[in-house]
Design a protein around this ligand. Structure first.
Ligand code: ME8
Length: 481
């Protein structure tokens, strides 16, 4: 149990349902979880919902629902989305759960005992969209939040503060000692220069709010939603397990890297708890070139795409099309192009051709050996080596490109050698056996990327002692017009 590889996604606000950007984060975490599982590790993969935001209350009101009813309904939409996409998360945490509330209180007590919490007056601008305070120079000339296009609220109230400023040097030392703490490297650079510019203490409570976790011993205040949210990563596994083995990887987009790479480590240092292994940040998606936004009504529902193209095709597209870490654009046109090109004509066609030919053959080991064409063995070794290196560098698009290079090799080989027309039985079988073995290895390599497809292919290739039996699978990717 203690040695389980622990990977997390952000916990999402429930004022809306999941869109393609959220699905991307959870698919990346799913890929890494399955990848590590394939390397023989036990996995703990956590996702969930962040329910104590002030905007949750607004959204419930707008829907004429009690806030509890609203959060229950929305949390189940998030949960069932991940189930329908067949993601492998082993837990789903809601911040309204008792296990979380108790952990937040415990955590607050530790930070307080360390002398890092004090009461003060807060005056400033608060953007509900970000659930964060903003500085005037961060706003547009007419005083709006540049991301949410709304006017931040002027707040003047008594708050508890966390002495973030006391952690500047400790954070910089930690970053120095852990050169891979934030990936990709350009994001780490941004984080470091932010901290080098100096840190201010942050407000960690709100006064007289009806919704939130009460501050221990001061029920007039609730814990600020970000302070509470970050602690979810501990709540899910328990304080003891976190002390023994904190999260290995927190996956997210670049919008919330600062919270995870600056505030969260400082909170943990204050509470005397170990820090996570790595903060992994991807870029931001646009849809047909524009920002995903509720007001524009352009948010793409990942389930709609998955229903039309299949879960694996959605995974493939997102992982293949966008270099990890960079911003990317989702368009259905490009999705369809990749689907018909890479999947229907590429992998699907190759698998169908090879297995249809192989179905008619008898493959039997000779003198205790399977005879392979050298070229195939070389392709398989090269593909595996590249994929291993690329996934470890989070260059998923290049890992997939290496798999598709092997498919192209196989396709070309089948054509050039006219495998269907070789008269010599021994030669024909050896060549076809090589092609089936390539396909089998493709399927194994693709398991973390496209689990359903991988299993379908593997199920069509049965090794039975000294025999190999192949059968034609159902059509993997029916062409879509
Ligand atoms: O920030 N492109 O929740 P959130 C790519 N509750 N990814 C996107 C995206 C886009 N256009 N839009 C959203 C919060 N995401 C807090 C987190 S964690 C302790 C608390 C994904 O619902 C991406 O993973 O606003 C981003 O980091 C996250 O959703 C923000 O989710």
């Amino acid at each position: 149990m203690e040695n389980k590889f622990y990977i997390t996604t952000p916990i999402y606000y429930v004022n809306d349902k999941p869109h393609i950007g959220h699905a991307y984060t959870n698919i990346v975490a799913d890929l890494l979880a399955r990848w590590r599982e394939q390397q023989g590790e036990d996995i703990l993969y956590l996702t969930g919902t962040d329910e104590f935001a002030q905007k949750t209350v607004d959204a419930a009101k707008k829907n004429n629902e009690e806030v509890h009813e609203y959060t229950d309904r929305m949390a189940s939409i998030w949960q069932s989305t991940w189930e329908k996409l067949k993601l492998s998360n082993s837990d789903f945490i809601r911040t309204t759960e008792e296990r979380h509330i108790a952990t937040v209180k415990d955590f607050w007590g530790r930070v307080d005992a360390a002398g890092d919490i004090y009461k003060g007056k807060y005056e400033g601008l608060y953007c509900k969209g970000h659930e964060a305070f903003m500085k005037e120079d961060e706003l547009t000339p007419d005083g709006l939040c540049p991301d949410h296009k709304t006017k931040p609220e002027w707040i003047s109230e008594e708050n508890y503060f966390f002495k973030l400023s006391a952690y500047q040097d400790k954070l910089l030392d930690f970053y120095n000692d852990h050169p891979d703490f934030v990936a990709p490297a350009n994001r780490f650079h941004e984080v470091k220069s932010f901290v080098e510019r100096g840190l201010e203490d942050i407000s960690i409570s709100r006064e007289n709010r009806p919704w939130g976790i009460p501050v221990p011993n001061d029920p007039h205040h609730v814990v600020y939603v970000w302070f509470d949210a970050l602690i979810n990563y501990i709540s899910a596994v328990g304080m003891e397990r976190w002390e023994e083995h904190p999260a290995d990887i927190h996956v997210m987009a670049k919008d919330i890297t600062r919270f995870h790479a600056v505030i969260w480590p400082a909170m943990l240092m204050s509470a005397g708890l170990p820090l996570p292994g790595q903060i992994l940040a991807h870029g931001f998606f646009t849809i047909n070139g524009t920002k995903i936004s509720k007001s524009l009504g352009n948010a793409i529902d990942p389930l709609e795409i998955a229903n039309k193209y299949g879960n694996d095709a959605l995974r493939y597209f997102l992982l293949r099309e966008i270099p990890f870490g960079e911003d990317g654009d989702f368009s259905e046109e490009k999705m369809k192009e990749r689907y018909n090109g890479d999947l229907a004509n590429g992998l699907g066609n190759f698998a169908a051709r090879v297995l249809t030919l192989a179905e008619k053959e008898e493959f039997v080991m000779e003198n205790g050996e399977w005879r392979m064409e050298n070229e195939f063995q070389e392709q398989i070794d090269k593909m595996k080596k590249t994929v291993y290196a690329k996934v470890n560098q989070f260059r998923f698009h290049e890992a997939l490109a290496a798999v598709w290079e092997a498919i192209a090799f196989g396709d070309k080989y089948v054509n050039e050698n006219k495998l269907w027309a070789i008269a010599d039985e021994k030669e024909r079988r050896r060549k076809l056996f090589s092609a089936v073995t390539l396909l089998d290895n493709l399927a194994a390599t693709l398991l973390p990327f496209m689990p359903e497809t991988s299993r379908k292919i593997t199920a069509s290739i049965q090794w039975e002692g000294k025999r190999l039996k192949a059968k034609k699978p159902e059509i993997l990717f029916p062409r879509i017009r």
